[in-house]
Ligand binder design. Sequence first.
Ligand code: GAL
Length: 975
Amino acid sequence: MKLSATFLLLLAGLLRPALTQIIPPGSPGFVHGKSSAAVTFDNSSLLIDNNRVMLFSGEFHFWRIPSPQLWSDVLQKMKAAGFNGVSVYVHWGMTEGKQGHLDWNFHRSVTAFLQVAKRVGILVVMRPGPYINAETTGGGFPGWLSNIQGLARSNAQDYTNAWQSYMTQVAQAIAPFQYPAGPVIGVQVENEFTTGTNFAPYMVTLESVLRNNGINKVPLTYNDFNAAGRYASGQGVVDLWGFDSYPNGFTCSSPQFAGVSTGYAGNRNQYVPNGPLYFPEFQGGSFDPYGGSGYDACYTLTNNEFANVFYKNNYANHATLQSLYMTFGGTNWGNLATTNVYTSYDYGAPIREDRTLSTKYTEIKLQANFLHATQAYLTANIMGSSSDGQTYATNNQVWTTNLRNSDQTNFYVARQTSATNLNPVTFSLRVSTTAGALTIPQFGGTITLAGRESKIIVTNYVFGQSKLRYSTAEVMTWTTIDNTDIIVLYALAGQNTETVIETSATSVQLTQGNGAISSRVTGGTVVLTGNPNGVSVAQFGRTKVFIMDKATAGTFWSPRQSPTTFDLTNRQPATLIGGPYLVRNATIAGSTLNVVGDISSSGTLSVVAPAAVNTVTFNGAKLTGTKNAAGVWSGALTKPAIAATIPSLKTATWRCSDSLPEVANSFDDSKWVTATKTTTLREQKPTAGKLVLFGDEYGFHQGNLIYRGHFTGHATGVTLTMQGGAFFGYSAFLNGKFLGSSTGSSSDQATNTWNFPATNTGDNVLTIVNDNMGLDEDFSPTDSYKNPRGVRGYQLLGGGDFSSWKIQGNLGGESWVDEVRGPLNEGGLWFERVGAHLPGYDDSKWTANCSPLTGITAAGIRAYRTTFNLNIPATADVPISVHFTRTPSSNYRSVLYVNGWQFGRFVSNLGPQTVYPIPEGILNHRGSNTLVVTIWSLDAAGAKIAALDIAASVMISSTKEVVATVNSPGFAQLR
Ligand code: GAL
């Protein structure tokens, strides 16, 4: 029967959603009834323009680095490692700080970000929420939302009304960037919406708003909290379903490895038998709370060995779409954090907060190279694993999964059965080859898995016209240059390898190497054995085999010829470049290879390129080098001198001012908000007192809140219940006298009774300064983001009540004044309200000869201001951080501002963060900088910062985009 195209289209429309997930390989495929959709998928993989691709993606929140000229650096670094995709949340709360007032400019611009992604040539999955979680205040919800009655993340009318403008505008901003016009290949609906089908109408509403606003060329995707099949079928079904997994958890203090899941493939089969295995988030690091062990510990928890074992386990389960959360974490600047995380969102990610590359990045680069080079992986099937009783390895401490493609390429993913075994294990492997079943290595020795190591061992692996029968070393990548097939293999230094390549050649030459590898021709094969050390090259017929130790392989880059196009069909690199810290791109023009990259130290540049290339330039400078017998060009790569000296704050001159004048009875609070509310729609009601004093009810959603409660008479004390989120603190004063503080614990609340020293007959003023650690997230969803901040309850003891309560938060509340830095940047401390954090503020009347290093001798808050100049060349990447020396026994907190941007909240008694990276562009690298730091002593004894300085983490000669200082208003414009 021949069906007409119209009929098929109609059928497609009728059968949606069931049909959207069934796209026979090789057919045009469709999504949402569009027969010409460029982005499709089947049960093996994603297809773009009908080409199968591995989506190797990483999470990056562009708004966590508000210096937009650094976005391209992060994306280029991702692309250089082989990430061909980036996953991004959009932050509703920082975009719509006041209901109906949306501002998509500056670091909030989805359009600007997508233009950069398009220019870099990296695919994008957009995740606009509206709820995102992401360890950010309110999980991405705006503070004002907490005042509505309806349950968030439901179809409650007031909640629906609240998100309409944001979702409409974000969809319209994304729409023009849908593939192929732009890089967007998917848009995620909501995030980990665990409530399930009862709430499906909300998913349906969100989906129709996205579709009606132009998201109709790419699949709607989903990130299930665990593999539970929510919205994989039924009402609210999405097109492309996936789930996230954080197998090692988030306890960075105990970096033990968890067990490795063997169930992912089964989860996919159960919930989306017609879709691929998709991890919209897979653990790339971990967040860390106040009092935690710091991001270096989180890195250890999720380091290169974790990446080696756990990501390869994803491939053993045939994941063909994977996004690592986070790949670059960035900073919770300007009150972006929720309560379970501090200023840094480094996350122990592959690209660290200062944008430097980690060993984990290198491990990921090796994996991504392999997956992009290996089309056969994308359509492979799982044939069996150790659990099936099929023994592949000769040692039951080794767990092996066998995947096989219809072309007979085999993948044996071997790892330690126990992810916690730190001792090496050795084994031989029973494999299937076109030459029959073999136990490898055949010619002596064993295969080793170091403690936490996994290996993907291939058989019948075709590269160009050549074929690897097997190798116990792993494949990094392959390419064909000048009609010669080149494959790069690697193993850890000291490990025995055996490689057998089928050939009709009768001889083999070792054209590069130091005797580490031996070669011979036997039975129609070349056999290469030995322990890789540096680079060894064996050459025969039209085949070249590079065998490297893993550390050396990790220095190699495989840039594509068209650096700015999407990394889709052109999988074989035109060149291989070894040595430099980073290669952003490399292009061949005639006989010249132009490499563009970054240099961290002088060394040797190695180049594998077509024979016609006889000249190599690096960042435009011609290098001197020679070609060896293997055709590998090498020459010295010298790091240019970087003329940059970082001034020390040790000798800085400071001016300081009291920043808690509100304790004085004479302080004029007549312009402050007067608390009037006696009821609240929130579930959490006042615990005592007539008035509702929650900051959010009066438009103050972040930073410190200050209260002034007035009463007359002779009360003897007060009982206060204060709430600020986990790890908050507060201090209370009566008539200028310090009553006491609560100095922070994992509890979000503190109830204390303070006895009054003496009251007067006139106006008594109780002043309270409260910390807001960010609004809670709304994971469940139970409206926990509505948990109030500020005074939760109050009661005067000994008779009487307050005659009035005055409340102050950030200047203007929801009518904040700084359009560039946005609604969340400022809190409610005096120095913030008067604009002393802004460049251009006149501090000439502030006290001279004071310093945060001498600090204050009583409870209270003082602000310190200094300026310093930098003169760092634009061609250098010199990430600079502010370093605090922590005194854990001292109860003080600091807020740190650089050039008007809040880039740090430091808590001395809890820690752990002491190093605060300030991105270039926020920091003026070629000019003057204003730094403001406060000391809030929560103890009567006072406090000082033991040491405070700025320092560079590295000095790299860099080709990142030249970063100008973000054009942001100063004091004159804002106050
Ligand atoms: C996920 C969530 C992310 C983030 C992550 C932990 O479950 O989707 O938004 O919160 O956990 O970092």
